[in-house]
Design a protein around this ligand. Structure first.
Ligand code: TPW
Ligand code: MG
Length: 590
């Protein structure tokens, strides 16, 4: 019945055509007609959660992990404003999240009354979202709707950023024509060729080239291509905090994660001493780059980001990263095939010198070495991680659990049972995640908003079918942990590891004298049953290992490990991070 398809059905078709596989949402009276049409159309399943921040984080995680659009549907005012922080995070971290908000109908707007949920003017909400989205449309005209929907959804994918659609409540069921398919952008072939040639020229001229792979590579679905490019270039490959987990499924030698002074010194030397640093889709933020011992000379760096390619003082505008990677692959492959002394071989030769300059044995030798091993100053390969749980212990340490034990135990679990994706919150759990060996990870590593982990895990599992491990602090769990009560309805059974230190420990680390960072000791293990899961209180390393194994074996209910940590026990990575930040950004305090 194509002729009578509604505006909502057309919107759902367009979302599905651009990769969306579900909607997360919470209705309200301005959104009820839209949600009714969601149900009638039965085009994409709707997962309702408890609080709009959770809706936003779940939809964001669905987009991050599956690729394509994530969709968050909310009501006007109270619902949409509750979503603002999650959309801001998606904007900052480049996630194509579609906000679909109900809204008053045109005749209501003309009534002269103040409408409930209205803040200042009826457009206040629009203006707030204008600041944190790259395209907006109000679907108040059935004839214009298909074009507007296409423009907005295509912008989300093109920029990998959130967009905003407002659906007045008299519109969801009106008949509507189909939304045009995604338009292919034309790219200036000459500019692309010039850029790719110049980029390779700079890499070839560098004695110590390094490839730092960033989140855009994931957002544009380029991990296989970039992995192939990295293999052909044969230069050291590193990630940063925000990009942790990238290329996890790819067969690429990885030198490690760049965290400035907080991370592996060899990786830091590699990046900071590079005279040909290719920042491919990297969000260059203070989290990793400001805690460096040596300022990175950005004039020597090549920064591919947000549609632009900057090399020194030279910028190529409007070159999508996908096209650039393709152009590079074409060039490197052709020359490598044509001559043994082509680009790949020459770049490979310089890679060896880069590694030597940095004091590393070779990029290839770093392959397989875990971040955990690097952080612990150990040399164990992943295969030894299991043994590490039982035997690793800092000198003089008691049996009390420390965050790094969680990293070791998760390494061991994955070694025994295969990789699982991580959904991580902000707090020491994120720094501890850097000590876990390569596995896919989602976390707001740059925006750094708390409350992401648990709802993101639901989004991840709904969108991909994979069972995640959540790493979350007690403070962050207090914000959004209750969304676990929706896990069963969403057919999700994450393993949730709560770093329960009765503290906002990361804040305490920066300012130890303040008592306001004390939290009560909440019994999260006891709460799990009330939300439809199983809770396990964990106090020793043996209990941790046993509880993880039990949790892994039990499917169908979420498993919560309430890991009781002593306040003051930090991961080695957070310890170094705090020292570095204090040294660099608060020199007078230190
Ligand atoms: C939405 C500021 C950054 S880290 C932190 C706060 C309050 C403490 C985290 O406590 P938690 O983890 O979860 O117990 P841990 O390991 O430090 O003990 N509000 C938001 N986001 C941020 N980042 C803050 C406040 C913050
Ligand atoms: Mg805490």
């Amino acid at each position: 019945m194509t002729a009578t398809r509604t505006l909502t059905a057309r919107l759902l078709d367009a979302l599905a055509a651009r990769g969306a596989t579900e909607i997360f949402g919470i209705p309200g009276d301005f959104a009820l007609p839209m949600f009714r049409e969601f149900e009638r159309a039965a085009r994409l399943p709707v997962y309702t959660l408890s609080h709009e921040p959770g809706v936003g984080f779940a939809a964001d995680a669905a987009a991050r992990t599956r690729g394509g659009l994530g969709v968050a549907a909310v009501t006007y005012g109270a619902g949409a404003f509750n979503l603002v922080n999650a959309v801001a995070c998606a904007y900052a971290e480049r996630v194509p999240l579609v906000v679909v908000s109900g809204a008053p109908a045109a005749h209501e707007a003309a009534s002269g009354y103040l409408l409930h949920h209205q803040v200042k003017t009826l457009d206040s909400q629009w203006r707030v979202f204008e600041e944190i989205t790259v395209a907006q449309a109000r679907l108040d005209d059935a004839e214009a709707a298909p074009r507007r929907i296409a423009r907005v959804l295509d912008a989300a994918l093109e920029h990998a950023r959130p967009v905003y659609l407002e659906v007045p409540r008299d519109m969801p069921a009106v008949p509507c024509a189909a939304v045009p398919a995604r338009a292919q952008r034309t790219i200036d072939a000459e500019r692309l060729a010039a850029c790719a040639d110049e980029l390779l020229g700079r890499l070839r001229a560098a004695a110590r080239p390094v490839l730092l792979v960033g989140v855009e590579v994931r957002r544009y679905g380029l991990e296989p291509q970039v992995a192939e490019l990295a293999r052909r270039l044969a230069i050291p490959v590193v990630l940063n905090l925000m990009g942790q987990g990238l290329l996890a499924g790819q067969d690429v030698p990885m030198a490690g994660t760049y965290l400035g002074l907080a991370g592996d010194p060899q990786v830091a030397a590699l990046v900071e001493n590079s005279d040909g640093l290719l920042l491919l889709g990297v969000i260059v933020s203070d989290t990793d780059f400001a805690v460096s011992a040596r300022r990175i000379d950005i004039r020597h760096a090549i920064h591919v980001f947000d549609g632009d390619v900057a090399m020194g003082h030279h910028v190529y505008h409007e070159l999508p990263i996908a096209a650039l990677v393709q152009a590079l692959l074409e060039r490197v492959a052709a020359r490598a095939a044509a001559s043994a002394s082509g680009t790949a071989a020459r770049v490979a030769a310089s890679a060896t010198s880069a590694a030597a300059a940095a004091g590393a044995t070779s990029a290839a030798a770093a392959e397989g070495a875990t971040v955990a091993a690097a952080a612990a100053g150990a040399t164990s390969a992943p295969g030894a991680a299991g043994a590490g749980v039982a035997t690793t212990g800092a000198a003089g340490r008691t049996d009390a659990l420390v965050p790094h034990d969680v990293a070791l135990a998760i390494d061991a679990l994955m070694h025994a049972h295969g990789a699982m994706p991580l959904a991580c919150d902000i707090g020491d759990c994120l720094f501890t995640a850097m000590e876990i060996r390569r596995t896919p990870l989602i976390a707001p590593g740059y925006y750094a908003g708390m409350g992401y982990g648990v709802p993101a895990a639901l989004g991840l599992q709904v969108a991909t079918g994979q069972r995640p491990i959540v790493l979350v602090g007690d403070g962050a769990f207090q914000m959004t942990g209750w969304e676990l009560g929706n896990a069963a309805r969403c057919r999700c059974d994450p393993i949730v590891v709560v770093f329960n230190n009765a503290s906002w420990e990361m804040l305490r680390a920066f300012q130890p004298e303040s008592r306001f960072n004390d939290l009560g000791r909440w019994d999260f293990a006891a709460m799990a049953a009330g939300m439809g899961g199983d809770g396990h209180a964990v106090r020793t390393r043996d209990e941790l290992v046993a509880a993880l194994a039990r949790a892994q074996a039990k499917r169908g209910r979420f498993q919560l490990l309430d890991v009781r940590l002593e306040p003051g026990a930090l991961s080695p990575t957070l310890q170094r991070f705090v020292t570095a930040v204090k040294r660099l950004s608060m020199p007078r305090d230190g």
